[in-house]
Design a binder for this molecule. Structure first.
Ligand code: G6P
Length: 657
């Protein structure tokens, strides 16, 4: 692969690469286009330093990706200052210190933090991207599927690309629309003309040096919210970017364009007709999105789990009945259900695996739990009596969204379980049950996972109630036991210091295995996932009964094996089988770390380390047994010197299949 160097002429751009008049394009052309599929975006027009507001906003959006960061600030004097840098936001800040911040004194601007999928996360592919004159700058979240045709069209008229991205084409197209024809001199109309031509999912935010007091944004599928303050207006991928300044927000709809200025915002559709967007007031504050004195967000979020559970359940039991949120499914719809699918990814998938045990037990309906990325490619049997529960913290995960679309195309009814108000998955579902875990910043899911289990259980109880497979007093009892789990989790949090100390001891291990039976099996999978995500350590979760069919060959002297013990009082048979499994692995030299119910004396002789949890009903145990595993993974990662909140190669929400 060769590096080609182009000499470009830019007249009025302070974008560093272009000022130097030289960019390198590796590869042989558009085949190497880079796409930006998760990404955080923030735009601002107001009375403060746009650079400060945008950098603060990006800091809170960095969970969406941290492969590069960039800013563009309008100086109000016809200048547009652009800087971008590969790597984390701190790299961009160091770069700004190096070049000086004098050009960045304006009060309107925008910024971007990127999670790269295809193509190298290097400076020239970082956003913002400019047109050839450097008067238009664009940041983008999403994928422009017809970029190759657009790029060819631009190259045919002599435009030379400065990056390998799909995004850059939009900067050139907007500049050209602005300079000629019906849309000449009209930035908003130029943006509309261009977005009408784009295929794919995208949010674009655009600035033009001739319009120092406005920022224009367009949305199709990728998220975008407006923040309305006093004499200042924001756009961002999510409200955490501007919550410090205002709680008044507006959720943009599909295919809408918004123009923000100091006095507010105006929304139109892609054709220019006035359009409605949904205002809402954010009910959490900045402190909820800050670390609150913790070393890292994940630890804070682990500690917030009792509250997340209580908030998720609050209001869902009224007049002796379980009620779901935006329940657009009637009791008759729930009675007609003859099969349940849970589709999800990552930790959300594990929450579905846990719920399968409860939903089948309570409703006698068959429940299949499927990785969303596999679901639609294997022609699952779906019809109007199938209930598909799509679980997603972000509500943006592309695999889950596509599974929802497939299910609906087959006439199945879709209920979204989601933590993000107004996200795409709930918007495209028949009904939604929101988890109220609050913002989850740590990339590895913790409080959202527990909230998902609770919400999935509510779905199970609502089904059992509508179908009469449980008497009303049984439904009430199950609900109240679920409610009581917030206190049980609080109690488990009392073991954090003990678990952290154990984490430090295990930090040099090469691998860790996790074993469980029944609902303890998905907990073992979740424990292993957490360790892989955070500590980059080989970790596997197994059904303990499966050990003898292969995995036992992995056991060697000193290998840490975490075992999740069921209650000795609940399913005694499960308990005694697991005691045998632990003795088998201990006999082969494993170092056993056992999570067991307080007072479970039978297990003590087999436990090199014992972590005690309160006695709770069997089906609810995952809500507490997961907690030490989260702490363990985070502490091992911290001891190994890794960034707990931002593990390498991962992003909080993955909007690519
Ligand atoms: C990413 C995250 C995981 C998360 C998964 C599903 O891969 O790293 O922690 O469980 O996405 O996310 P969702 O937002 O759909 O729950």
């Amino acid at each position: 692969m060769t590096a080609r160097t182009f000499r470009l002429v830019y007249t009025n751009c302070r974008c560093d690469l272009r000022k130097r008049g030289e960019v390198a394009l590796s590869g042989d052309g558009p085949g190497l286009v880079t796409l930006c599929l998760v990404c955080g975006i923030v735009g601002y027009v107001g009375h403060r330093s746009a650079l400060d507001v945008v950098l603060d906003g990006l800091r809170r959006l960095e969970y969406r990706g941290y492969d590069s960061a960039g800013v563009a600030v309008l100086d109000g004097d016809g200048g547009l200052a652009v800087e971008r840098k590969a790597g984390r936001l701190t790299n961009l800040e160091a770069r700004l210190d190096e070049v000086g911040r004098d050009a960045f004194t304006g009060t309107a601007g925008m910024g971007h933090t990127r999670w790269a999928t295809h193509g190298a996360p290097i400076d020239r592919n970082s956003h913002p991207h400019c047109d050839v004159t450097g008067r238009v700058a664009v940041v983008h979240n999403g994928i422009i599927e017809n970029f190759a045709a657009l790029r060819a069209e631009l190259e045919a008229v002599g435009v030379e690309m400065a990056s390998d991205t799909d995004t850059e084409t939009t900067a050139h197209l907007i500049a050209r629309a602005y300079d000629e024809g019906d849309t000449k001199g009209d930035l908003e109309a130029s943006v509309r003309t261009v977005v009408r031509r784009l295929e794919g999912a995208f949010t674009l935010v655009v600035t033009h040096a001739d319009h120092p007091d406005v920022v224009v944004a367009a949305r199709r599928s990728s998220p975008l919210v407006v923040g309305v303050g006093e004499g200042e207006t924001f756009v961002a991928s999510d409200v955490s970017a501007f919550i410090e300044h205002t709680r008044e927000a507006v959720e943009l709809g599909q295919d809408q364009v918004v123009v923000i200025d100091r006095d507010g915002y105006r929304v139109t559709d892609f054709d220019g007709a006035d359009a409605q967007a949904k205002p809402f007031t954010v009910n959490w504050d900045l402190s909820a999105a800050e670390k609150g004195g913790h070393e890292y967000f994940m630890l804070k979020e682990i500690e917030e789990q009792p509250e997340a559970l209580a908030n998720t359940l609050r209001g869902h039991f009224r007049d002796g009945r379980v009620v779901l949120d935006e329940q657009r499914l009637s009791d008759q719809d729930l009675r007609d259900v003859d099969k349940v699918f849970v589709v999800a990814c990552g930790s959300a998938y594990h929450s579905g695996l846990v719920a399968k045990y409860a939903i089948e037990h309570w409703t006698r309906l068959p429940v299949e739990v499927e990785l969303a990325s596999e679901f639609r490619y294997r022609d699952p049997v779906l019809d109007r009596d199938t209930l598909v529960v799509a679980v997603s913290q972000s509500g943006e995960t592309a695999d889950t969204l596509e599974a929802v679309r497939h299910a609906r195309s087959q006439k199945a009814r879709v209920l979204a379980v989601c933590n993000t108000n107004g996200a795409q998955i709930p918007r495209e579902s028949d009904a939604v049950l929101y988890t109220h875990a609050g913002p989850e910043i740590g990339v590895a899911s913790t409080k959202a996972f527990l909230a998902q289990i609770a919400a999935n259980y509510l779905v199970g109880l609502a089904l059992a109630q509508a179908r009469g497979t449980k008497y009303p007093d049984e439904v009430a009892q199950e609900f109240h036991q679920l409610e009581a789990m917030a206190d049980a989790v609080q109690k488990v949090l009392g073991t954090i210091d003990q678990v952290r100390a154990l984490g430090r001891e295990l930090a040099d291990s090469k691998a860790v295995l996790f074993l469980g039976r029944h609902v303890g099996y998905p907990v073992a999978l979740e424990g292993a996932l957490k360790l892989k995500e955070l500590a980059y350590m080989h970790a596997e979760g197994f059904a303990a009964g499966e050990l003898k069919h292969g995995p036992i060959a992995l056991i060697e002297e000193g290998l840490p094996v975490v075992v999740i013990m069921p209650s000795p009082k609940g399913r005694a048979v499960l308990h005694s089988k697991l005691v045998s499994n632990i003795s088998e692995i201990q006999a082969r030299g494993a170092r056993t770390i056992v999570i067991a119910e307080e007072g479970d004396e039978t297990v003590r002789p087999f436990a090199d380390h014992l972590i005690e949890i309160p006695a709770v009903p069997t089906l609810l145990q995952p809500l507490i047994s997961t907690v030490p595993l989260q702490v363990l993974a985070a502490e091992i990662a911290r001891s190994r010197g890794y960034d707990v909140d931002k593990p390498r190669n991962l992003a909080k929400s993955v909007t690519v299949e």
